[in-house]
Design a protein around this ligand. Structure first.
Ligand code: ZN
Ligand code: ZN
Ligand code: FE
Length: 742
């Protein structure tokens, strides 16, 4: 008789809701092994018994070809005594005691097999909008508690019919233990809100498409919330939407039927296409190739496009080619997730009707946004499709779990459990009290899902956070930006120098920093400021973020030879000057983002920024549209203070004004400003001579700037790291704080 062996296997990582157990079952049957597999809160637990060579080859096969959507963190095997008690291999029911160590999968776009089901007239799921399987469908957005079992999700309200149950119980079926499994017989259904008689039509999806074509504004329930959909070529509707959402110029995202439609309007690289069609299915920012959709994103040269990712979206897009696809909410409040929310939007005349369903959204989750700058993937918003997968860092474990609150704008928080950092979905602007409540709710839910108590809290170092009544660890904004890159790339150097190109963050001299060269020491706790942009006053503080002519005036005041009055009017200049001279509410800043705004204003591109960074975005657009440079570049002047280098902006601003007077095209001036920043960086690098660099901050969302900087660093053969899967903007701050540790 051949030698027998029994092995116990523990697998952790993203192993539930991705078809792990059916695959283990199939492999075990193929290898003629007995034993069992079960989901536990720690992960997947397997015991297999059989001929030694077969057990070994089973283990190798599982390691080499795990389920495609799984992410194995640990694969641990222990040989135990042979038991000879089982006849066959079984899948045991989930066991929900114990610790909660298993990862919850993010929501996944519909898979090709399910797409085939909903498109096949003979299939019992033909046109069924809640079709899913172990390879696709809702996950994080429907989960209340762990382990990941139907009863702990919003599918718990829908007992499976006989046929669904038999699929669910059949290890060889694609829907074996697919927790959200459903069919028209037993699963969730759609309903229309405020569609009058149409609410009774037989096909609500076709009806919705028809109403959109007729010019109605719809909200449609997606995975993580409702989206507002309109025909992008219906200018009257677009005007109405811009007015009611208070977004006269800000870009809207679009949903395109397929990549062929996208290619009519945008350039599309292989990498961008792969991103669009991935299971995460984010919005991808793509370069426009013509002006046909300029009215959708008038301020920039890009369009944010997403492909259909739920069965419902696919069915809807059978009738339509291209839609404006934006979150269903008012201005900056959280995205609507239930019927009450969309009814409010109907009352306020933001939308006309809604296509909803009775499958509840438990965790609100906005669509994610990604862009490619050459080969560099940059995450602008890490939300649906990515959350709650943790990012694992290599560092000593802290004493206990850490909660990092993140930044105030584009807020997202992080929870660190040992060296796994769980970043929340996009929360939004913390100035809005509804976002604040949303954050507190999600913190509670994350703690529950992770099964832990927080021991350490981290907030920004800004004294405005003082009113928290607990003891906080404080991390400076740009220290956190740097740490977000160090953590993401597991950088181990003794000293890590880096460049921050950012909006504003509180610095350790009480001023608002933003264009900084910092160096972090090996223990990650301390930093040194090596160089920064010369300070200028931000007249009116917060207000200067929107009334950016204030910055234009502020950075031009030193000039006696140029008549600022002509551009801004005497009254305005005198008022702003008085405010600055009085020293009231005019904090000093070294922000690069604000310098962008100021130059944008001087060039008359933008005096009022209705949304954050609009001035900078318009300046980027102008620079990208520059035909050529036929005038001298702007010199970089460095000054040296006691312990750091200061990049002077004044000479550059003087030349911007001179160029403007000479009638040099605004586009050319805008491009020369970008090049001035790159030249400033090159000049500082030639003094500091770093071997490597980390780069972070919101200005790197400007792909022209990022591309130019990458080019010079490549040319100089300096090793460099940008954020990629962690947002480069303030949504990455909480991750950086969590990397800081206790
Ligand atoms: Zn599927
Ligand atoms: Zn069913
Ligand atoms: Fe920042």
């Amino acid at each position: 008789m051949k030698k027998l062996k029994r092995t116990r296997i523990r697998i952790t990582g993203r192993v539930q809701g991705v078809g792990f157990r059916p695959l283990v079952y199939r492999y075990a049957v193929d290898h003629a092994l007995s034993g069992f597999v079960e989901n536990t809160p720690e992960g997947v637990f397997i015991e297999v018994e059989g001929e030694t060579s077969r057990v070994n080859s089973f283990i190798n096969r599982l390691k080499e070809t795990p389920p495609p959507l799984s992410k194995i963190r640990n694969f641990e095997t222990t040989d135990v005594a042979v038991r000879k008690i089982e006849k066959d291999f079984r899948i045991l029911l989930s066991n929900n005691s114990g610790k909660k160590d298993v990862e919850i999968s993010p929501d996944l776009a519909i898979c090709p097999d399910c797409l085939n089901d909903i498109r096949s007239p003979g299939n019992r799921r033909f046109r069924y909008p809640f079709t899913n399987c172990t390879n696709c469908g809702p996950r994080f957005s429907i989960i209340k508690d762990r382990p990941y079992d139907r009863k702990f999700t919003s599918m718990g309200d829908f007992p499976m019919c006989k046929e669904c149950l038999s699929e669910y119980g059949n290890p060889l079926n694609r829907r074996f233990h697919a927790q959200p499994n459903a069919c028209p017989e037993c699963g969730p259904s759609l309903h229309l809100i405020n569609a009058g008689k149409k609410a009774k039509s037989t096909d609500l999806i076709q009806t919705t498409a028809g109403l959109i074509k007729k010019g109605k504004i719809a909200a449609v329930k997606g995975l993580g919330g409702f989206n507002i959909l309109i025909d992008p070529f219906n200018k009257a509707n677009l005007k109405r939407l811009r007015k009611s959402k208070n977004r006269p110029n800000k870009a809207f995202a679009l949903m395109a039927k397929n990549t062929m439609v996208i290619k009519k309007y945008c350039l599309l690289s292989k990498k961008e296409e792969a991103e669009l069609t991935s299971a995460a299915a984010p919005i991808v920012l793509l370069r426009k190739k013509n002006t046909e959709l300029d009215h959708i994103s008038p301020d920039n040269n890009y369009l944010g496009i997403i492909l259909p990712y739920t069965p419902l979206h696919h069915l809807l897009m059978e009738e339509l080619e291209l839609l404006v696809f934006t979150s269903a909410n008012k201005a900056d409040e959280p995205i609507s997730i239930n019927d009450d929310g969309v009814k409010r939007l109907i009352e306020e005349n933001i939308i006309d009707f809604a296509l909803s369903s009775n499958r509840d959204i438990i965790n609100r989750c906005d669509d994610s946004i990604v862009q490619y700058t050459g080969n560099l993937k940059q995450t602008i918003r890490r939300s649906r499709g990515f959350v709650p997968a943790p990012v694992v860092i290599e560092a000593p474990s802290p004493r206990g779990a850490i909660l990092a609150f993140g930044a105030d704008l584009k807020n997202c928080f992080s929870i660190r459990k040992k060296n796994e950092i769980y970043n929340s979905q996009h929360i939004g602007d913390m100035k809005d009290s509804r976002n604040y409540e949303y954050q507190r709710d999600q913190i509670k839910r994350f703690k529950k899902l992770l099964g832990l108590d927080v021991k350490i809290m981290i907030s920004d170092a800004h004294p405005g956070y003082e009113n928290y009544n607990m003891e906080y660890t404080r991390v400076f904004h740009h220290h956190a930006h740097m740490l977000s890159v160090i953590g993401e790339h597991n950088i181990k150097e003794e000293r890590v120098p880096g460049i921050i190109c950012d909006g504003t963050g509180y610095g350790n001299d009480g001023k608002l920093w933003g264009f900084e060269f910092l160096e972090i020491n090996g223990n990650l706790k301390e930093f040194k400021r090596l160089c920064h942009l010369e300070y200028f006053p931000l007249p009116g503080g917060e207000r200067a973020l929107y009334e950016i002519d204030r910055i234009g005036i502020s950075i031009s005041r030193f000039l006696d030879d140029i008549n600022c009055y002509k551009r801004y009017g005497k009254k305005r200049v005198d008022r702003i000057s008085k405010l600055i001279d009085s020293g009231i509410n005019s904090p000093l800043t070294s922000s690069l983002g604000r310098l962008f705004d100021g130059v944008s204003s001087i060039l008359s591109l933008c005096d009022y920024s209705e949304y954050e960074a609009r001035g900078a975005i318009l300046l980027q657009k102008a620079a990208e549209n520059a035909a050529s440079i036929n005038s001298p570049e702007y010199d970089v002047k460095l000054n040296h203070s006691a312990d750091s280098i200061i990049i002077g902006y004044r000479e550059m601003i003087r030349k911007v004004w001179n160029d403007r007077e000479k009638g040099i095209p605004v586009e050319e001036i805008a491009l020369k400003f970008h090049i001035w920043i790159v030249n400033a960086i090159v000049k500082v690098i030639s003094l500091l001579k770093p071997e490597m660099l980390v780069l972070s901050g919101g200005c790197f969302q400007n792909s022209l700037l990022t591309g130019l900087i990458k080019d010079v660093l490549d040319e100089k053969k300096i090793r460099y790291y940008f954020n990629s899967n962690i947002p480069v903007n303030d949504a990455g701050i909480s991750f950086g704080q969590a990397v800081f540790g206790e």
